[in-house]
Design a binder for this molecule. Structure first.
Ligand SMILES: Cc1cc2nc3c(=O)[nH]c(=O)nc-3n(C[C@H](O)[C@H](O)[C@H](O)COP(=O)(O)O)c2cc1C
Length: 183
């Protein structure tokens, strides 16, 4: 079983990383983490190559990631919320999924044939609704054919309560790992 994780946090030992560690401690199989802040993947430049051609004209780390997306059994998107959205660098990396949208809509192909399970971990300092971030990650997961989704893990008030003092939150993370493990 292969799990691909998109991590949108700039903090290596931050709140998202803490929940990701708990998730990995209960996950079976292989996994690969894409750190959006490491800058290996450039944003989509809307060159429109993918309106007619599969893949992407930009030759960078995304070429390997396209292969990993195809092979994955599960995809997790884990990100803090910045100004009510997932972080800019994660949006930048995932803008390269535009080739899948164009595959479906313009090229009339099925760009990601293998269906996957999808998971969501979102973290924010305050307690406002997370609807905007949730809508975005659901759309991104659907674009990667990861429509069978586990219960989203939404960690609010991270600025006040550290994740290790939040037993229900940790249980939600473990439950998400078990959902992926079910095969
Ligand atoms: C630039 C920036 C914007 C933020 N915007 C929000 C926000 O809109 N709502 C919120 O509740 N928290 C917001 N936060 C707080 C973060 O979501 C919070 O500190 C989170 O736990 C950071 O996660 P991390 O440690 O995994 O990076 C923001 C933080 C930063 C640095």
């Amino acid at each position: 079983m292969k799990t691909l994780i998109f991590n949108g946090s700039p903090r290596i030992s931050g709140d998202t990383a803490f929940l990701q560690q708990e998730f990995l401690a209960h996950l079976k199989g292989e996994y690969q983490v894409i750190h959006a802040y490491d800058g290996k993947i450039r944003p989509c430049i809307d060159c429109r190559y993918c309106w007619k051609n599969p893949g992407c004209s930009i030759q960078d780390g995304m070429q390997e990631l396209y292969e990993e997306i195809q092979e994955a059994d599960n995809i997790l998107i884990a990100s803090p919320i910045f100004f009510s959205e997932i972080t800019g660098p994660l949006l930048s990396v995932t803008s390269r999924l535009q080739t899948y949208f164009c595959g479906r809509v313009f090229r009339k192909e099925k760009p990601v044939p293998k269906a996957k399970k999808g998971g969501i971990i979102l973290v924010q300092g305050g307690d406002r609704p997370m609807d905007k971030g949730l809508d975005t990650v659901r759309e991104l997961l659907a674009e990667m054919n990861a429509g069978m989704m586990g219960k989203p893990v939404c960690y609010k008030n991270s600025d006040k309560v550290p994740p290790e003092k939040h037993p229900e939150l940790l249980e939600d993370v473990r439950q998400l790992a078990r959902f992926f493990n079910e095969g």
